[in-house]
Design a protein around this ligand. Structure first.
Ligand SMILES: C[S@@+](CC[C@H](N)C(=O)[O-])C[C@H]1O[C@@H](n2cnc3c(N)ncnc32)[C@H](O)[C@@H]1O
Length: 837
């Protein structure tokens, strides 16, 4: 528990609108143009012709000419809908059983009339049958009435966080990352967050109730609005092991603690710092790209596609990947991936990483991993196209184009000024085929005829993975797995030192900061998810961009990318010296646009919470609670963070808040008020996200209800004490303290007097104990979900439907109170109370 599918709250509607606009749903715009939703024919609402695309990819040989027609027809068909069951959800087994025993059969009969094609099936390469693909596109699911029940199921479970809808091939990179629950993982370009969610599922996969994994995920994206999408997406996971940051990935801070700062007690945060540098066991580098692998999902790309898209983003991709490698621990694994088919964005970037890293990084042969995933080897030769010309080597690039077309785009990666320089890297490629073994003895020789002589890389690029749409009815994807064998070469070290100096400067600044201020979420609900072709972005909020340790002064990629540190004009508050003193910083935090968050250490409040709910010392609260308000008397929400996140936040403080954190922590407590007044002893209620983690530690304000009474609570939301079927339960409830309490569903033979025991199957809800009645405090959708799950479990036990009996037990519905005596007082995230009826 603590991580696992209970979110999807009040922002869902706004965010859904947001999602409707994005690439996932782009086929939908064509509704008026297409009348047939049940077949794949008649699905060409967008112009899906682009001669430049055909010419480019035919020449690059990404598929053989014999396959071209099949490839060409499949990429014009809508993408089948795919989704994944959240392995850390409490209801994972129930959902899998529902898919296998109900939907697999019923959809087959209803939708395909017993036809041969499976309506839904598990993806054979995904572990434990967790990922599924339907034979229908998302739009078909929406429009076809016979599929309505299944569509509703997908929507509800997705909103709750029990499943995640995600393109099948997009699930591949996190699998190759080989993540363990104790890993520190960096997701460099993370929004909108489908892979982050998947990483969190893996991190949380074997977590026991009331515990948290040792690892954590830092999910970063340069785009603030997309960060908000990411935050919304990952909220469904209810995790305390995530930090969301907002940086240019190529300048992601290293948070390197120099000696001065580790000895310093002036900022008084931690004397014994467990980390001295932010390094990761795993890095996911799912970079911005031209996105032509998603043509089936986003047919608008047909119209926009041109060769400049891949060429224009190559350098940024190299820089992000190199920053990723530099933040990777020795022995760690990094996955580089794109949803593009273009070798300039794929193999060329991987080859450049290998060149820059010397022998310190190897491209891993993963042919034995996920054996059921159909994949093709990476290319060893390709060409670059620019301004209507095919270029076989850098030498062919006209001088005036050399700012945009750089050597690393070519298989040799060489500028070819000195043929002897190239001996190690390239060979004559006339006779070589992509993916085959290459003899590199010949060395590179400039040629006058690029049509006949091609460069061929001698890096083992065949170890890269290409997934093409017609192999297993998916989108296209590119994946390369890299292993860091040793620290990066000396040139990289030089830049690390430079970076350390900058950190010292930061340290001076941090002396000016008050204790414990960290950056915080500033959840901005502006509605814009336009997942357009990502441009080379610059983070204008970033005032202290570090030098890219991987981009040396002679970085040939410099011309196509603005990567100079940018000072925001007039951004005085980011500089303590200019900001008018300490007080201002305390209020605003370091980063423009993000509210300050503080470690919450108000002992009186923490003790009141512990006493009220009977939480003992076995749950560490001290040091692992954060808020967004430095005035502890007016804190409204208190967030819980894992030990791993705490360590990173402390390090971040010590290094002068290099991380611009937009979200952190699991909302655990919220200030409570009621029209009836509240108990004076505790001002905070337990939030529904925090309940699973807290549940095993609660010994007071907790009751066990019979299935009948539990169901009534979900159904009627508010029940007077005298009206519970189990009178003893009603009486016990009436004797609780006024305020928040927890009701758990009694199991089988369990008697009311038995001590409450919690395990993974325990179902619990937060309630409000009023003067005359008990009211549930969960959202309408959660109530609905829980009722359905309960129904299934109870039906499963007896074979009959005890729920029908339960219904008949409702002697007098008029007894059920309509009123809701709880008043939610939160500013931005009021829990929408389920209302009776
Ligand atoms: C392919 S998408 C990532 C998809 C994401 N990994 C997922 O699975 O949901 C690329 C992302 O990179 C972000 N991006 C673009 N330039 C960036 C940069 N310089 N640093 C960090 N992120 C960047 C974009 O905002 C976009 O969200």
């Amino acid at each position: 528990m603590g991580g696992g599918g209970r979110g999807g709250r009040n922002r869902a509607r706004t965010q859904r609108k947001h999602f409707r606009e994005n690439r996932e749903n782009v086929w939908k715009r064509s509704r008026h143009e297409s009348s047939d939703s049940n077949t794949n024919s008649g699905w060409e609402p967008f112009a899906t012709q682009n001669p430049a695309f055909d010419e480019y990819y035919k020449e690059q040989g990404i598929v053989s000419l014999e396959e071209w027609d099949t490839f060409n027809s499949v990429i014009r068909k809508p993408l089948p809908a795919a989704f994944r069951v959240n392995s850390s959800s409490q209801f994972c087994a129930d959902i899998l059983s529902q898919l296998e025993n109900d939907f697999m059969k019923s959809l087959q009969t209803e939708a395909t009339d017993g036809g041969e094609v499976e309506a839904i099936r598990p993806l054979p390469w995904y572990p434990e049958n967790l990922a599924w693909q339907s034979n229908y596109s998302r739009m078909q699911l929406r429009k076809n009435q016979t599929l309505e029940r299944f569509h509703e199921f997908l929507k509800q479970e997705n909103e709750i966080g029990n499943i995640t809808r995600q393109e099948a091939v997009s699930m591949v990179p996190p699998l190759f990352l080989d993540v363990s629950p104790d890993h520190f993982v960096l997701d460099m370009c993370a929004a909108p967050g489908s892979k982050t969610f998947q990483l969190l599922e893996i991190i949380h996969r074997s977590t026991k109730p009331g515990t948290l994994p040792g690892g954590m995920v830092v999910a970063n994206d340069v785009d603030v609005k997309r960060c908000n999408l990411l935050i919304h997406q990952t909220k469904r996971m209810c995790t305390a092991n995530l930090i969301v940051t907002n940086h240019e990935a190529q300048h992601f801070p290293g948070c390197c603690l120099n000696k001065l700062s580790s000895d310093s007690s002036e900022i008084g945060v931690v004397k014994e710092q467990s980390m001295s540098q932010l390094m990761f066991d795993r890095v996911l580098c799912d970079v911005p790209c031209s996105g032509d692998g998603t043509l089936r999902k986003a047919p608008d790309i047909w119209r926009k596609w041109n060769v400049g898209m891949g060429n224009g983003i190559h350098c940024l991709q190299v820089q992000i990947a190199m920053r990723g490698i530099s933040l990777l621990k020795v022995g760690g694994r990094m996955v580089y991936s794109t949803c593009s088919m273009n070798p300039v964005e794929n193999e060329a970037v991987v080859a450049e990483i290998l060149r820059r890293c010397g022998g310190s990084v190897e491209l891993v042969d993963v042919s034995c991993e996920l054996p059921q995933l159909v994949r093709r080897p990476g290319l060893k030769k390709w060409k670059v196209r620019d301004k209507g010309m095919w270029l076989a080597s850098y030498k062919d690039v006209p001088k005036f184009r050399r700012a945009g077309i750089v050597p690393s785009m070519f298989p040799s990666g060489q500028s070819a000024t000195d043929p002897t320089d190239n001996e190690q890297d390239v060979s004559l490629g006339e006779k070589h085929e992509n993916g085959g073994d290459v003899n590199s003895e010949n060395g590179f020789q400039p040629t006058e005829n690029p049509e006949t002589l091609e460069e061929v890389s001698d890096h083992p690029l065949q170890r890269c993975i290409r997934i093409v749409p017609h192999d297993q009815n998916t989108g296209a994807f590119f994946i390369a797995v890299l292993h860091k064998l040793s620290p990066l070469p000396a040139i990289q070290e030089k830049s690390v030192n430079l970076q350390r100096n900058l950190h010292s400067n930061n340290e001076e600044r941090s002396e000016k900061l008050s204790n414990e201020i960290i950056e915080s979420p500033n959840i901005n609900q502006e509605d814009d998810t336009d997942e357009k072709f990502p441009e080379t972005a610059s983070d204008t909020d970033l005032v202290e961009n570090e030098p890219d340790e991987t981009a040396s002064e002679h970085d040939p990629c410099q011309p196509c990318e603005e990567n100079k540190p940018e000072e925001v004009p007039g951004d005085r508050e980011n500089d303590p010296k200019k900001a008018g003193g300490k007080r201002k910083l305390q209020i605003q935090g370091k980063w423009k646009g993000v509210d300050p968050v503080v470690f919450f250490k108000d002992e009186a409040t923490i003790n009141s919470i512990k006493t009220f709910y009977g939480v003992g010392d076995s749950l560490v609260l001290n040091g692992q609670l954060v808020t967004r308000n430095s005035d502890s008397k007016h804190v409204k929400r208190i967030y819980y963070i894992s030990k791993s996140v705490k360590d990173v936040l402390e390090l971040n403080l010590l290094v002068g808040q290099q991380l611009k954190i937009t979200s952190v922590g699991l909302k655990m407590f919220e200030r409570q008020t009621s029209r009836e007044g509240t108990s004076t002893s505790c001002a905070f209620r337990i939030s529904s996200e925090g309940l699973p983690l807290l549940l095993p530690y609660i010994t007071k304000q907790i009751l066990c209800a019979s299935p009948v009474d539990f169901k009534h609570l979900l159904q009627y939301k508010t029940i007077r004490y005298a009206d519970f079927v189990d009178a003893e339960f009603g009486e016990k409830a009436s004797k609780l303290m006024l305020g928040c309490c927890v009701v758990i569903l009694k199991k089988g033979t369990q008697a009311s007097v038995d001590p409450i025991q919690v395990d993974v199957s325990t179902i619990a809800i937060g309630c409000w104990k009023g003067r005359a009645s008990l009211t549930v405090m969960v959202t309408a959708i959660e109530c609905q979900e829980m009722q359905e799950r309960l129904l299934m479990r109870l039906e499963g036990v007896n074979g009959t439907s005890p729920v029908e009996n339960i219904s008949s037990d409702v002697a007098d519905e008029s007894k059920v109170e309509e009123s809701n005596d709880v008043e939610m007082n939160e500013e931005t995230e009021p829990v929408k109370m389920a209302t009776a009826g």
